[in-house]
Design a binder for this molecule. Structure first.
Ligand SMILES: Cc1cc2nc3c(=O)[nH]c(=O)nc-3n(C[C@H](O)[C@H](O)[C@H](O)COP(=O)(O)OP(=O)(O)OC[C@H]3O[C@@H](n4cnc5c(N)ncnc54)[C@H](O)[C@@H]3O)c2cc1C
Ligand SMILES: NC(=O)c1ccc[n+]([C@@H]2O[C@H](COP(=O)([O-])OP(=O)(O)OC[C@H]3O[C@@H](n4cnc5c(N)ncnc54)[C@H](O)[C@@H]3O)[C@@H](O)[C@H]2O)c1
Length: 519
């Protein structure tokens, strides 16, 4: 490569935030037990109970991402008068810059990979193959952004039809019961019985690698590109870095992934990460391991990334995927008395209460588990609790997540590394044995299932496979409902199907009834 690396190894992060299983049964908001805190820390003692009012309550929500807009819909359903303040667009970063655009780009990259792999199945596209596989990134990005904007408009339409008032402006807390919205027309004071903060997070920027939007980019800026980068340097090998490295590699780019750890995807299943590294290497993605980027600077049409040991990596573009920071600046948290953690996240408990009575928070601003699904759940829980409906506290052990690499990595529940301390056993079955996988030309991937030793209760699972995001649902249902491996095994699967391997894993985890003299 001639343009390279340096070691460093920060501590791994867990893909699942701390938190304990919920007590299970729903509780009434106004009479909620004191739920244990989740996320970066717990609120100080004395968190408020809810005002168990519904009709006539004034709810003001700051931020229109999944945390905010899903909460708005619930609050309206419960009869509250709802105002939502959003500074950019409905759907939030999830719809406009993060989830929707990245997953649409990845879906496009998948199509290219299908065509490329068709040869292995006996479909010869010959000369056409190379001509057909030219990616017009400008066209791809136009479609990606149009799709995101359409989804944002759809959400706005739904909220308006439901009678939610949308204020296009920047919100901040004036005090514990007033939000001020700054709009092009001036300031509007919005008194509230209940406030929800759902302001999300933004890409972290290194002062020595300032994005210029042209060649040094955050993940929100890649959709401005109108041609594929010749050589893309991706800094950071967390989920965002791995997804973009995989997608641009599959689109035909030369990619260099600068990874600060021994293995990509720190904190995730190590077998899955090893498999993805292998796939990346095959696809022209160079991984520079144990390397921390110190700076990224433009030199004409090139970007030079300097690593902490002094080596340099040169490319045509650099994508910074070094994590996010919560959007709390100028939100008036201190004025209202809302406590934050050292990382700046708003402290919440498992029903989304902050340290101030009547003020709730949901989504990435809380740092609990930065997923759109979790943001939406926290937002709904906040409104159910605040407006006196039945509510179950958030249980992060039941949250499934997927890394949209190719193949996808989906996981839920405890990890294999946690199995010994949880008195659990684990089985891993390669997908290559599965008849449907053979038909589909799938040669790698696996199903890993984890259950408690004595009872066989399902505690966790990892699936590495195309569409693992769909397959994980059966394991999530088992965990959410405390089902056993025998119960999974007893439900028939289609022959042939990839889900057959989940049933096989469950059968392998069956504990035979001990012989009488063994008891
Ligand atoms: C590249 C990438 C890919 C991802 N892919 C996935 C995925 O596949 N699946 C998944 O579940 N999660 C994914 N995530 C995580 C997901 O994007 C977040 O967890 C989710 O967006 C959090 O939702 P939210 O409502 O908390 O915040 P956001 O979606 O960030 O929305 C917050 C909104 O608040 C607005 N706002 C901020 N401050 C103010 C203010 N003062 N006044 C008014 N409005 C304000 C912002 O403009 C924004 O619209 C991904 C993240 C990234 C970075
Ligand atoms: N498919 C999905 O659901 C999806 C996709 C993307 C993001 N997300 C969510 O967003 C969260 C954040 O993910 P992320 O990947 O954006 O951030 P992250 O914080 O998880 O990862 C950033 C990585 O960059 C590394 N890093 C930091 N500074 C560096 C430097 N100078 N040089 C080299 N490496 C450096 C860190 O060590 C870390 O491994 C995830 O936990 C996930 O919940 C979800």
């Amino acid at each position: 490569m001639g343009r390279m690396t340096a070691p460093s190894s920060p501590s791994p992060t867990s893909p699942t935030s701390p938190g304990n299983p919920s007590s299970g049964e729903p509780v009434r908001g106004g009479a909620a037990p004191t739920p244990e805190a989740v996320g970066p820390g717990s609120p100080s003692a004395g968190v408020a109970g809810a005002s168990a009012t519904r009709h006539g309550s004034d709810v003001v929500i700051v931020g229109g991402g999944p945390g905010g807009y899903e909460a708005a819909l619930v609050a309206r359903q419960l009869g509250a008068s709802v105002t939502l303040v959003e500074r950019a667009g409905l759907g939030g970063s999830a719809v406009l810059t993060d989830v929707v655009p990245s997953k649409t780009l990845i879906a496009t990259a998948e199509w290219r990979a299908f065509v490329e792999n068709a040869e292995e199945l006996g479909i010869h596209v010959g000369e056409l193959r190379h001509a057909a596989l030219n990616v017009d990134l400008g066209e791809v990005n136009t479609r990606v952004l149009a799709l995101a904007r359409q989804q944002s408009r759809d959400i706005r339409g739904k909220l308006e039809r439901d009678g939610i008032r949308i204020v296009d402006g920047v919100g901040h807390l004036a005090d514990a019961s007033t939000v001020v919205a700054t709009t092009p027309d001036g300031e509007e004071h919005l008194p509230a019985d209940v406030i929800l903060l759902a302001t999300g997070a933004s890409p972290r920027v290194l002062p020595t690698a300032v994005p210029d939007g042209e060649r040094i980019l955050t993940w929100t800026q890649v959709y401005n590109l109108d041609a594929l980068p010749e050589r893309l340097i991706v800094v950071g090998s967390g989920v965002t870095g791995a997804e973009f490295a995989g997608a641009f590699g599959a689109l035909g780019c030369e990619v260099v992934l600068v990874s600060s750890r021994d293995q990509v995807l720190p904190g995730y299943d190590s077998d899955a990460a090893a498999l993805i590294e292998e796939v990346f290497r095959r696809r022209n993605i160079t991984i520079v391991a144990r390397a921390r980027a110190e700076s990224a600077v433009r030199q004409g049409d090139e970007v030079v990334v300097t690593l902490s040991d002094g080596r340099t990596v040169t490319g045509s573009h650099c994508l910074l995927a070094v994590g996010g920071v919560p959007n709390t600046a100028e939100l008036g948290l201190a004025e209202a008395g809302v406590a934050t953690s050292h990382s700046g996240h708003v402290l919440v408990d498992r029903v989304s209460r902050t340290t101030v009575r009547g003020i709730y928070a949901a989504g990435d601003v809380t740092g609990v588990m930065p997923l759109a699904s979790v943001a939406a759940t926290q937002g709904r829980i906040a409104m159910w609790h605040a407006l006196g409906d039945a509510v179950s506290p958030l249980d992060v052990r039941k949250v499934p997540s997927t890394i949209f690499t190719e193949p996808e990595i989906a996981s839920v529940g405890i990890s294999e590394a946690e199995a010994p301390e949880r008195d659990a056993r684990v089985v891993t079955i390669p997908l290559a044995r599965n008849p449907r996988a053979k038909m589909l030309g799938i040669t790698e991937g696996f199903v890993k299932l984890i259950c408690r030793n004595n009872s066989g209760t399902v505690l966790g699972g990892v699936i590495v496979s195309p569409r693992a995001s769909e397959l994980i649902h059966s394991i999530t249902i088992a965990i959410a409902n405390r089902r056993t491996v025998d119960q999974i095994a007893s439900a028939m699967t289609i022959y042939p199907s990839l889900s057959g391997t989940i049933a096989e894993a469950a059968r392998q985890l069956h504990s035979p009834v001990p012989e009488p003299d063994e008891e």
